[in-house]
Design a protein around this ligand. Structure first.
Ligand code: NAD
Length: 516
């Protein structure tokens, strides 16, 4: 049977098919119309190869409770955590999280102290336990954040302390885990998250601390990775941290090189640098109390604290009594011969000058021998062959102003004592020995005018009167504690307040008007 189809019939069929296709296309969801979403036929082998290869957007860098293999991943995870922290967590949640962090560290303070001591070989375990305890208990949380309000005829204005976002922080080998705890409490209290580039010689203890804190945060219902770090920190990973656009603020605790690097970043930077705290003692002081206080501060953790007494300027008329009381309270006086022996291994000389054959004079440049930083007084005595009855906490020595032990921030339990003719000379020497760090100074005197004169001349961030330097960070003194004393950039005793941005919110008079 044959069918006759005219040219007209063919046109009708074609038009009807086209109309149907158009109707189907209109009913399809919009996205399905997009050509790139359309499924294409793929060869089975090609399909396997494509699905086995992870797409960059699908990789979820997990880290290990905040410890990451790369700085990029540490930053990315910290950034995500901070956004979640800000969106879904209130002030009361922050406090619950901080409390869990404090408890976790208190429960492990001995373990942490042992771990840090074993890894860094600096200081002593008992004082490290005390530092962890001090930091866990006396670092302020959200309570230090205050909203300022102005109200009047023109309405209401409030100034809030808002988070910066993600902070990049660098820590020293001298207080490694304590600085992580102290910085983290302050930064999280203010609503930030933090990425650390820790001192490489403390990376294992620091990784333990970061994991411990993240586990505590998670158990308290907080987000993962609020505190992150790179497992193998280097100067290169620090540069990644500094350069990352996701890092909104930098906080550095360490020597002058670090502070200089961070200040060159072009970002808001808080720099807590080196000190060389001088002590001035006049002849009105309670010399027994002064001696005990100086020994407490200068021997604590074998003198590795940046606030610790590093050199003493005492009026000639008070010097003998001060030394007498120091000897009665755990100090050992090195004689000239013993002092030279100590210098021969605890200090290293500038090689260039040695090659020029300079004699041992003040022009010679010295730096500290790293091996002897933070070692106990007993190790020094053993090295010079001195045997003593009973415990020696601190070595003392009589020297001139330009002695390297006065001029260098040596961080050893060797305290130089310089006799001065007058108070003016003592203050002048002390100001010079502080080298403009404006960090910490201590004075023992009952004369208010003397105290004021030295305080005004030295202009340090911390000025302690008639107590050990430790009182300056709330250890036996009033006020909260910190492990980051920002002298160079001026924030001083850092806390949650330091890690905030000021935000002004205004409801002007017009805002109260009822329209209608
Ligand atoms: P450090 O300067 O050697 O190291 C501190 C950190 O900075 C480390 O993480 C290190 O890797 C990094 N770093 C070192 N040199 C750097 C550079 N040139 N550029 C960039 N980063 C650099 O100090 P440290 O031996 O770890 O700690 C002791 C020093 O820190 C002392 O000078 C002490 O006074 C100071 N400190 C200050 C405070 C304070 O609150 N102001 C607190 C603790 C320690």
């Amino acid at each position: 049977m044959s069918t006759q189809i005219s040219e007209q019939d063919i046109q009708k069929i074609v038009q009807s098919v086209l109309q149907n296709v158009e109707a189907v296309m209109k009913e399809m969801p919009q996205s399905a119309n997009t050509p790139i979403k359309m499924k294409q036929a793929v060869h089975p082998e090609q399909q396997i190869a494509t699905s086995a290869k992870p797409q960059i957007s699908t990789i979820q860098p997990q880290g290990d409770h905040g410890v990451f293999a790369s700085m990029e991943d540490a930053v990315e995870a910290g950034h995500k955590a901070q956004l979640e922290f800000m969106r879904n967590f209130q002030l009361k949640d922050r406090e619950r999280i901080l409390s869990a962090m404090r408890q976790a560290v208190l429960a492990e303070k001995e373990n942490l102290a042992n771990m840090v001591h074993e890894e860094t070989k600096l200081g002593n375990v008992a004082d490290k336990v005390a530092k962890h305890e001090l930091t866990a208990l006396h670092t302020p949380g959200t309570e230090i954040l205050k909203t300022e309000a102005f109200s009047g005829d023109d309405g209401l204005t409030i100034v809030e302390e808002a988070p910066f976002g993600l902070i990049g922080a660098v820590t020293p080998v001298t207080n490694p885990t304590e600085t992580i705890l102290n910085n983290s409490i302050g930064m999280l209290a203010a609503g930030n998250a933090v990425v650390f580039n820790v001192h490489p010689s403390s990376k294992n203890s620091c990784a333990y601390m970061v994991r411990l804190l993240n586990k505590a945060i998670k158990a308290a219902g907080g987000p993962e990775n609020l505190i992150t770090m790179v497992g193998n920190p280097t100067l290169d990973t620090m540069q990644v941290l500094i350069d990352s656009p996701k890092i909104r603020m930098l906080v550095g605790t360490g020597g002058p090189g670090l502070v200089k690097t961070l200040l060159k970043s072009g970002k808001k930077a808080v720099g807590a640098g080196a000190g060389n705290p001088p002590v001035v003692v006049d002849n009105t002081a309670d010399l027994e109390h002064a001696a005990k206080s100086i020994i407490d501060g200068a021997s604590f953790d074998n003198n590795i604290l940046c606030i610790a007494e590093k050199e003493v300027f005492v009026l000639d008329s008070a010097a003998d009594d001060l030394v007498f009381h120091m000897l009665n309270n755990g100090a050992y006086m090195l004689d000239q011969y013993q002092l030279e022996k100590v210098m021969s291994f605890a200090l290293e000389e500038n090689e260039k000058q040695l090659a020029q054959g300079c004699s041992l004079d003040s022009k010679r440049e010295y730096h500290v021998a790293k091996k002897w930083v933070g070692q106990p007084a007993s190790a020094f005595l053993k090295e010079i062959g001195v045997v003593t009855n009973g415990e020696v906490r601190l070595l003392i020595c009589g020297v001139d102003f330009d002695h390297p032990f006065v001029q260098l921030e040596q961080m050893m339990p060797v305290l130089p004592i310089v006799r001065t003719k007058s108070l003016d000379e003592a203050i002048d020497f002390a100001v010079k020995a502080e080298h403009g760090n404006r960090h910490t100074a201590i004075m023992h005197s009952k004369n208010v005018d003397h105290l004021t004169r030295f305080a005004r001349a030295v202009e340090t961030t911390i000025f302690v009167k008639n107590a050990s330097s430790l009182a300056g960070v709330g250890f036996g003194g009033e006020g909260f504690t910190t492990m980051t004393i920002a002298g160079p950039t001026g924030e001083g005793i850092t806390s949650a307040k330091t890690f905030t941005r000021q935000r002004r919110c205004v409801l002007a008079e017009g805002g109260f008007r009822i329209i209608g």
